[in-house]
Design a protein around this ligand. Structure first.
Ligand code: WQD
Length: 338
């Protein structure tokens, strides 16, 4: 298994994964429509790995254009990142999220079938667990109605992959349920680079740290958690990328579909993230307590023992490592990647 189609391969997690694939002797073929990424990321991947992967600026909803990529490359497996991922935006624009995320996935799966590509790794999310009934979350915990259309698309695509595997004995898939990806490549060349005001905590804190935003609004301090603020399982994006390489190895021997949580197994509150950021960078992060954000759960963190056992993978970088790397990336790219 050598040539890996990476959809969304210039994105935050996709680009880190492309780097880890190259470092592990794979040949990534990158597809990205640049809706939520920059073509300059390709130059930075080349700078970091001395390899310039094949790149196609293609929207995965465009079956004709994506067919060309399969036709021109002997693809062995697919890692499917491409999709919209902003929770709040998905509540405002559900039709766009259902169309884009479902159609792109169905097109990828149809072309895999047509071109005898049997294995997919799908970028899923802890959001599929909905409001956790117990913690830490294990893969056998029920998939419940998500608190937003973004999460619903992840649930539906997991279902589509499972149904396809039931229908086609040659087809196999790994569903990777990410918790909260944070941090950046230690070089500062790649990182989380959202358009506009960040929804997610870490890029928001990083922009406060460089003075681009005035202060952090802590979304609620009256949750049933140790310090009242939301608790999440923050995983360094480089650890997450390495988890994909580990999953690719598992895919070679897999039958059917399997699911893995990719997290650290530890919960960290918003105020603990602020403290870790200040410790890692020496920069004070001013904040105010703001109202709760609709759709937020109080606490969410993973049991990752299955990935450790079966993928021989576990996260090794800390929240402080991620704060240091995120700040370094933000300082080197104050207005984002140009
Ligand atoms: C984390 C914590 C907020 C911003 C979502 C998706 C998940 C994945 C990551 C895409 C919460 C608090 C945040 C701020 C704050 N999606 N917060 N002030 O919502 O856990 O996960 O994004 O990759 O699938 O569900 O991440 O970073 O938005 O929030 O207090 O300005 O930080 O309330 O407790 P979330 P987040």
């Amino acid at each position: 298994m050598k040539r890996i189609l990476v959809t969304g391969g210039l994105g935050f997690i996709g680009s880190e994964t492309t780097i880890e694939l190259i470092k592990n002797g794979y040949e990534p073929v990158v597809v990205d429509n640049l809706f939520n990424s920059k073509s300059a990321v390709l130059d930075r991947i080349e700078e970091l790995t001395k390899v310039r992967p094949a790149f196609y600026q293609v929207d995965c909803c465009d079956e004709k254009a994506l067919e060309k990529v399969f036709g021109e490359n002997e693809i062995d497996a697919v890692i499917h990142f491409a999709g919209y991922k902003a929770v709040a935006e998905s509540v405002e624009k559900p039709l766009e999220y259902y169309r884009n995320n479902l159609l792109s996935s169905i097109v990828v799966l149809r072309l895999m079938k047509r071109h005898d590509v049997h294995g997919i790794i799908f970028s899923s999310s802890a959001t599929v667990y909905g409001v956790p009934s117990r913690l830490p979350l294990v893969e056998t915990d029920p998939v419940q109605e998500a608190t937003n259309p973004y999460g619903e698309t992840k649930i539906m695509i997991e279902r589509i992959i499972e149904d396809e595997a039931k229908a086609d004995p040659d087809f196999k898939g790994i569903l990777l349920r990410y918790f909260n990806p944070i941090g950046a490549h230690p070089s500062g060349l790649l990182g989380e680079d959202p358009n506009g005001i960040p929804n997610n905590l870490m890029p928001y804190v990083s922009q406060v740290a460089i003075g681009r935003l005035n202060h952090l609004n802590v979304n609620g301090d009256d949750y049933p958690t140790p310090d009242g603020t939301g608790v999440r399982d923050y995983i360094h994006v480089v650890d997450l990328a390495r988890g994909h390489v580990a999953a690719l190895k598992r895919l070679e021997t897999l039958k059917g579909v399997d699911v893995y949580n990719l997290g650290t197994g530890r919960g960290t509150s918003v105020l603990e993230v602020v403290k870790a950021f200040e410790k890692a960078t020496g920069v004070k992060i001013p904040y105010v307590i703001a109202p709760r954000r609709p759709g937020d759960v109080a606490s969410n963190y993973a049991d990752c023992s299955k990935a450790e056992r079966e993928l021989h993978w576990r996260a090794v970088l800390t929240v402080e490592d991620a704060c240091r790397d995120a700040y370094n990336f933000q300082k080197m790219n104050p207005e984002g990647i140009k």
